[in-house]
Design a protein around this ligand. Structure first.
Ligand code: 6PG
Length: 241
């Protein structure tokens, strides 16, 4: 099912096994980026699946990463205060940020305090375009999850945001609370040098199969549009019976 030499599939018996392997890969990828470019830009995902990975990066892998050279961004955010337990930043702060010595000015959360979701999206886009000022540059690593409906980041089926080809960050609506989100767009996601798609749970089997089938309707399976322009895509999966 995996066609391109730049797409890889790694399956694991459990989320713990997946997270341990992914953590080792993040450590290696971060070291390579720092060696080659002096820094490593990682885009974090929300949801439950990456939490074990974040915990490992904050504990067993903590001292294997040169956090002084790491910049952290987000792929999407719920339009709630950063202190809200539904905030992706809040989850990352608990699982990772408060436990590693990443310099505060290298942590770039989406600005949910902006006057509106669109203003926040435009402000974050400015942050990204300033950081990735080289026309070809993109994040060294972009973490994504996938919902059972095939959504990724906050790009949900039939969303107008799926058609965005110019902006890197846009407001978006989710069918579940919190409905208001801001999210990276497909063009922004596909600039990444490496995308890790972490997918755990048998309820996601059909969306995964559609995504890698090569003939999914992207409006109904947004994750199928994650095809890094020149980067690598790795699916990290727990078994799907
Ligand atoms: C979010 C994420 C979202 C998530 C998927 C999978 O804001 O929730 O960006 O895209 O990755 O919904 O979530 P789980 O990992 O909890 O299954």
């Amino acid at each position: 099912m995996i066609r391109s030499q730049r797409q890889h599939l790694r399956q694991f018996a459990s989320l713990d096994d997946l997270s341990r392997a992914a953590a080792a890969a993040v450590v290696q990828l971060t070291a390579n980026a720092i060696e080659q470019r002096g820094r490593c830009a990682i885009v974090l995902s929300g949801g439950r699946t990456p939490r074990t990975l974040y915990d490992l990066l904050a504990t067993t892998c903590r001292d294997k990463v040169d956090w002084s050279r790491v910049h952290l961004f987000w792929g999407d955010e719920r339009w709630v205060p950063a202190t809200d337990k539904l905030s992706n930043f809040h989850m990352a702060r608990e699982a990772l940020l408060d436990r590693v010595p990443c310099p505060p000015d290298q942590i770039h959360p989406m600005p949910v305090e902006a006057e509106s979701p669109d203003a926040g999206a435009r402000q974050y886009e400015e942050t990204l375009r300033t950081f990735f000022s080289d026309a070809t540059a993109g994040p060294d690593l972009l973490l994504l999850g996938m919902g059972s409906d095939g959504h990724t980041a906050s790009l949900f089926p039939e969303s107008p945001a799926l058609g965005e080809r110019t902006r890197w960050v846009v407001p978006a609506m989710a069918p579940v609370e919190p409905h208001q989100r801001i999210t990276l767009t497909i063009p922004a996601i596909n600039r990444a040098m490496n995308v890790f798609l972490l997918v755990a749970g048998s309820d996601k089997q059909s969306a995964f199969a559609a995504a890698v089938s090569g003939h999914a309707d992207p409006r109904r399976c947004p994750v199928a549009m994650v095809q890094p322009a020149s980067g690598n895509l790795t699916w990290w999966l727990t078994p799907m019976p």
